[in-house]
Design a protein around this ligand. Sequence first.
Ligand code: FAD
Length: 454
Amino acid sequence: MLAQDLPAVLGDASRVLTAPAVVDRLSKDFYWYSPVLRPALESKRADVVVQPVSVDEVRAVLRYCYAHDVPVTARGAGTGNYGQAIPLCGGVVLDLSRMDGIEGIGSDGVAVCEPGVRLGVVEAAAREQGWELRCYPSTIVKATVGGFLGGGSGGIGSVAHGGLRDFGTVRALEVVTMEEEPQVHRHEGDAVHEILHAWGTNGIITKIWLALAPRVEWAQMAVAFDTFAAAFGFGEQIAVDTAWTKRLVTTFEWPIPKYFSPVKAICPEGQHLVFFMISADQSDDLRNAAEQVTGTVTYSGAYGGLKTMPLLSDYTWNHTTLWAIKHDDAFTYLLCGFNPSRVREQMTLLRDRFGDEILFHMEFMKNGQGTVIPGAIPLVRFTTETRLNEMIRCCREHGVFVANPHVNNVEDGGRYREDHVQLSAKRRYDPKGLLNPGKMLSFEPESAGVAGSR
Ligand SMILES: Cc1cc2nc3c(=O)[nH]c(=O)nc-3n(C[C@H](O)[C@H](O)[C@H](O)COP(=O)(O)OP(=O)(O)OC[C@H]3O[C@@H](n4cnc5c(N)ncnc54)[C@H](O)[C@@H]3O)c2cc1C
């Protein structure tokens, strides 16, 4: 029925995709990062993929799906790590990658764009006009702005500007509702939090106002140390000192750098590393500061955009996990936030308890209160789900925040709002529970609608 009706709804059959291999590919994301989610989500797929090119087409598809109780799962580039964009109940995958325009970048440093535009495209356009993204995931080249808002949190740039949720980075957005007659609602200021990181469960984002930062000329630098304590200490020193203009401060415990095969030359055997993006006019000072604390600069060079080789950010944030999995697919990861004043004690406790089952990969980031904290995406050698949960429990017992990337729902993933604003928006905008069903557990549909019939 869907394959017959939707071409007429869209007025263009070429953007209604039904070939099984294509539907299968566009029903999946990077869920396989998690050995727990891998078997649970492997068989899940949509019935059909629809590629709208305008808000009117989004509304037309949602109108049809509401009338026929068809689930709809939004998709940007499908780079999410925990099955966020995988349809659990079939139906339509709404692939927004063709709504990829940038309306403009204002003199106030706000980019206005459609959801399917890739973050790398926005970054390039912004830099041409003297601006740049405040923060972006290491998947910047592929990931879309809408997908970042729907499922991401922060990344490169967060050490200076916080995450996507902080400091008014998302100025405003427009969202289309799943109702008999779908509406377009504008959310601005604090109201953006009703929609951010809701995994497309409470509306389809169709327009975004994203605040940028003034462009900086960056340099990249890698510094090696004999001990992890020295590497971590140097990273922390640069990250917290406001005199340094930085975009990235990442510390890797050895043997993690061993997995970065394309940049082996800058990762000496047995050495713990810190990767930086630092203001180019501070790179000599950074070299001096590193040498004062027995660091060895193994790489230093200008940053000329995302095609720069090597691009150090390709080894940071959740790309680190990817390199490790390529080396050994028994690796997985956690998303952690350490307490700045207890971080060394917390790391020691975890090391004593789990040995090299956990390997420290630290990412410094500013929190919403303006404090730079040691975040972490530690590598974990997976054995069993029980052992993984034991590690998560142990982290939490010792005051380490964990956003669990081995669950497939908004609430347990760590960024659900305590004030329930995402849930409250879902009740208003998706009363039947047709948007990405199964991902917001606390929601109860008004009628059996979706899942009931599937
Ligand atoms: C190697 C690797 C590194 C990563 N590094 C980072 C990182 O540094 N920081 C970070 O935050 N994340 C990171 N991620 C996760 C992911 O890449 C980012 O969150 C990215 O921004 C997701 O964008 P996407 O277009 O691929 O979204 P998708 O995966 O397509 O979607 C993400 C979620 O948003 C929803 N969604 C998509 N579009 C819309 C829309 N228009 N309206 C409403 N909901 C929508 C989807 O339904 C889904 O729930 C990484 C992932 C990988 C594989």
